[in-house]
Structure formats: C-alpha cells, structure tokens
Design a protein around this ligand. Structure first.
Ligand code: G6P
Ligand code: ZN
Length: 569
C-alpha cells in the first residue's frame, strides 16, 4: 500500500498487449529522436520502452532500480507515465524520477552513479526544437551513467524489429509533481516511484568539484550572462548562479523551462543563440555561457562576443584542469576528442605526457575510456565538454570550469585563448551544416566521397582553389574506431581527407536528425606562428580555400541544391 494506493482502486494487473514493429526505431548518435507525432502513435513509445528495458537490463529487469528524467519538453510527462506503467509490469522495483519529470542529462548520469542504479531513461531530443510540432526523444543509459554502448543500442533496434507484445499495468499512475515515495502493489510485488528534487544532488556534486568560494568572489568582480535557453538548466542556474554565487537575476536569461523552449531552437551556437551574441557584442559583459535543451551542451563567449570554439575550449581546459579541486584531488589522466573535433587537445596531451584518444562522434564512445581510468576530460566540436565525474557531457560544468580558469589565471577569455595559441599554435576550425537535405542526396554525397577515397590515385593528388592555394592529399579513409578497452569496432564513422600540411576535411551524415539527412562538413587548418597577433584571424578567411575545395570535390551544392549551409559554427 502507498500514500496514493489506498486499496480503493481496482487492483493493478499486468496486461500483455499485442503489438507490431515500427520502422526506424534505431537509436542514432544519442538515442531515438523523431517528431512528437511519431511518438504519439499508439504503441510506438511503448514498443521502444519495452525494447529498451530488455536490451538494457536483460534478465536483470526484475528487481531493478532506474532513474527517469527529461528536459521538460512537450510529451515528457506522458512518456514518463508510460515508463512507469511498463516498468511496473516488467518487475522493475523502483523508479527515481525528477519532479515534474524533469532532470538535466548530466544530473541523470550523476544520479545513476551516486545511488548505484541499474540505468535510466532520458527523455529529450537535446537541442532539437520542442512542442507538439517539434521533436521528442528517448535514450537509455546504463549502470555506469553513460549512454548505452552500441552493443545495447543495436540489440534494442533488433528487438524493435520483431517485437510482438509488451507488458503494461494500465492503471498505475504516479503524481510527478509531489516529492517523496509512492508505492504500488503489482500482483504481490512492491513497486515504488520516488519523486526527487531536480537540482539537489547535482548542486552538491558541483560544489564538491569546484572551489565555490573562489568563484563567488570572482563573480563579484565580473559581469556575466548565463542563458538557459528555456531548457532544463533554468532551475540549476538559479540554484548555482543566483542562490550560491549571488548573481543578479537579470544576468540569468531564459531560465524557465518551457515545453516548446519558447518556440526556439535550444541549441547554444552562434546562429541559435544570436541574441546572446548580440548583447555580448555591446561589450558590457566579460563572459557568457549558454546551454541546450537538456543541459549537456555549452557555448562560451568572452568580452565583445569573443567566441571560443568547442575544440579550443577542450584544449584550454585540458591545459588548466589541475587548478580545479576535483582534479587536484584525483589527478588528470588522459584526454579524448571525437574524430571531427580539431587536434588542439592532442597537442596538450603531447606536451604534458598524457594519453589522448580519437573516438567516433557520440558521447557513448568515451564511456569505456573513463571507466578504465584512461581519460579525465573529453569533448566534441558539437559544443560538448565533460569529465569523468559522470558519463555525460555537462554544460554547467563547462561554464564553471571556464570561470575557474579565469579566476585562477586572472586573464580574460581572449587572453586565455591567445596565450594558449602562442604556446601550442592555433587549429582553425569550422563546421558547415546542411540540414533537411533529402536522404537520397545525403547518400549520393557519401557514395561519391567513398569512390574518391577508394581510388588509389587520390593519395598524392593536389587539390587547388581558384586563388591557386593548393593542398596535397596525404591520406584519406572512412574513420573506423577500435575501442582499446573492449576491442569493439565501429565502422563508417566519417570520410576523412587529410592533407600534407596537417589540414583536414571531414564529411559525415548526422545521427541526431529526426527526418531527411543533415550533412556535416568539418574543416580544419593548423598554424604555428611566431607573431601572436596573427592568431586573431577569422577562421572563415583562413579556411576559405579548404572549404571551396571541400564543396567542389564533394559536389555538395549540386547534390543538396543548397547554396549556403543552414548553420556555420
Ligand atoms: C549529440 C551527442 C554528441 C554528438 C552530437 C552531434 O549532442 O550527444 O555526442 O556529437 O549530438 O551528433 P551528430 O551525429 O548530429 O553529428
Ligand atoms: Zn543536449
């Protein structure tokens, strides 16, 4: 019996519902993401939850304890109630759920680890727009707190292709708004739903990682803007930046989580957070950070909107980690970056004698390296930075880490970057995204590039732009990752064209879109100069010849029918 389950209700009976498979329930780079209407189809979400439980837990479903939390977007509450009903029917003994169904992605990872839970469901489509016409998403995280590895997600997909039934207790319903435990008797077994405070565990964790006294004092001397983009981070920003650090409320923007993110794209980059960039350009603030819908991405800006590329952010943090209490205590193991991320962090690894790794796109690939204590810091060009205290990337952590570096060095964001480049040289980096391209055009593009890399004449060939700048191809391939910990192999992770001067062009199809194809083109060039001022060139100018070569070689414009990319970062 529970507070809610007073026996007056009909008994909770497990029902087995006949269902049939839906196409396309393959988890992408980070779970399953589709338009809300797809998830609202009868049995669609149910099938995925049932398959998630079996692939994630196998014969350990019975008696397991899981966490559930989402980014507050439309359909989170409905999906959470479905997880409750299906988990109860499958013999899960306890679900820990954030109040109102809300938890940030890094908070979920922390809660799994702190309370030694068996895994969890995260209800988010991350930075994709929300609302009834937007996207919804779901992903399963395992007992290490990280996104399920490919062995689990592949199994999950196989199950969704053959599923014929799922189990459900239709009349189990929890009050997601009321903190505390609610217990139900399910055919003789107790099933508990515990609704927890969204921010408590997370705030305790970051207080342990960072020197809050230092940050509080530092922020008294600076003007900063923290932008929650109406995603999940609002309550966390209020607790940390307003309550702990005493920041005036007006310095914390868009801190109310909204089911449709205010109709905007909750993605912290120069395009979708342009209003923040514009305020920063006015030159009244020293630092700004913005986070995405589920709180795992970050964008860092300095005075006058000085933009820190995520690739440089990773390298700078790598070079300064040891000033942060958590790393003082635990030391710093190696670093890792995803393949399309620039090689800036590798140079820090070389200099300090640390291991550094190159993994495919997707945070899940960092998990094994962290579990084996080989890396302490990892990041991706896609605005993700994080560390081994959890198994997800973490926007707020990245902002606190940057503020710690500023407080410890006494330097501005721009000074930190220019001094980093003077030591290591600069990796110029840019990504062009072509969103909503047809799947056929995306496939054709990759086919053409595959022909190019398989042609024995390609290596050694010289590629020139109209101004005559030329690059000789040193190597090319489709990136394949051999996980050094479990030996698993992940193929076809992106076409790499690598030139003799260290420049690089990479093509991938995104694994996070919800329809059609998103083509990503990543371009990187390295310069080691003696004059520090030469590092302040615009990346678009420096990379122009390579971008022209990339567009021509791939026939991207012709195939996609697009003159310009949707987003440039
Ligand atoms: C999510 C994942 C990241 C990934 C990013 C871009 O944020 O958590 O690990 O880098 O999406 O993935 P995509 O496949 O769209 O390039
Ligand atoms: Zn995200």
């Amino acid at each position: 019996m529970s507070s809610r389950d007073d026996g007056a209700m009909a008994p909770h009976v497990v029902e087995t519902i006949q269902t049939s498979p839906f196409d396309g329930q393959k988890p992408g780079t980070s779970g399953l993401r589709k338009p809300v209407a797809i998830f609202q189809q009868p049995h669609y979400t149910e099938n995925f939850i049932q398959a998630g439980l079996i692939s994630g837990l196998g014969d350990k479903v019975k008696g397991s304890c899981l966490v559930v939390g989402g980014d507050g977007r439309f359909f989170v509450k409905e999906a959470a109630q479905l997880i409750i009903k299906i988990a109860a029917a499958n013999g899960v003994s306890k679900l820990v759920i954030g109040q109102h169904g809300i938890l940030s992605t890094p908070a979920v990872s922390h809660i799994i680890r702190k309370y030694k839970l068996d895994g969890g469901f995260i209800l988010t489509a991350s930075h994709n727009p929300g609302g009834p016409k937007g996207d919804f998403g779901m992903k399963y995280n395992t007992h290490n707190g990280g996104p399920a590895p490919e062995s689990v997600t592949n199994h999950l997909f196989e199950l969704t292709k053959t599923i014929s039934e799922y189990k459900i207790v239709p009349n189990v319903k929890a009050n997601l708004d009321e903190l505390g435990s609610q217990s139900f008797q399910i055919q003789g077994e107790q099933f508990t739903v515990e609704i927890i405070d969204q921010t408590k565990d997370y705030v305790e964790m970051v207080k342990d990682i960072f020197d809050f006294d230092l940050l509080r004092g530092f922020l008294k001397t600076k003007r900063v803007l923290i932008n929650g983009m109406n995603g999940v981070t609002g309550p966390y920003i209020k607790k940390i930046f307003i309550e702990e650090f005493g920041l005036p409320e007006e310095m914390c923007l868009n801190c109310i989580p909204l089911p449709d993110f205010g109709g905007r794209h909750p993605d912290p980059n120069l395009t979708y957070a342009k209003d923040l960039v514009d305020i920063m350009k006015e030159g009244r603030h020293d630092f700004a950070a913005a986070f995405d819908g589920d709180g795992d991405r970050n964008m860092i800006l300095g005075h006058s909107a000085f933009f820190v590329t995520p690739c440089d952010s990773l390298a700078v943090l790598a070079a300064h980690l040891e000033t942060i209490p958590y790393f003082k205590r635990n030391g710093v193991n190696g670093y890792a970056r995803s393949m399309p991320t620039s090689g800036a962090v590798d140079l820090v690894g070389k200099k300090y004698g640390k291991e550094y790794f190159e993994t495919p796109t997707g945070w899940k690939f960092f998990g094994n390296l962290m579990d084996a204590n080989r890396i302490s810091l990892c990041g991706e060009e896609s605005f993700g930075t994080g560390s081994n205290y959890i198994r997800e990337k973490d926007g707020i952590w990245a902002a606190l880490a940057w503020l710690s570096v500023m407080a410890n060095t006494g330097q501005s964001v721009k000074e930190i970057l220019t001094s980093h480049w003077s030591t290591f040289g600069r990796h110029y980096f840019s990504r062009y995204d072509y969103e909503q391209v047809s799947s056929e055009a995306g496939d054709k593009l990759m086919e053409g590039l595959t022909k190019l890399i398989n042609d024995p004449k390609t290596v050694g060939m010289t590629f020139s732009d109209p101004t005559g700048k030329s690059y000789k191809m040193a190597a090319c391939d489709n990136f394949e990752y051999h996980d050094p910990i479990d030996g698993s192999v992940s193929k076809n992770q992106g076409i790499r064209l690598m030139f003799e001067d260290g420049s690089r062009i990479v093509f991938r199809l995104s694994g996070t879109g919800s329809s059609g194809a998103t083509v990503r083109l990543y371009v990187e060039g390295y310069e080691q100069e003696s004059d520090p001022n030469s590092y302040l060139q615009d990346a678009q100018d420096v990379l122009k010849p390579l971008i022209t070569i990339a567009l021509r070689t791939s026939k991207l414009k012709e195939l996609s029918g697009r003159d310009e990319p949707t987003v440039i970062t």
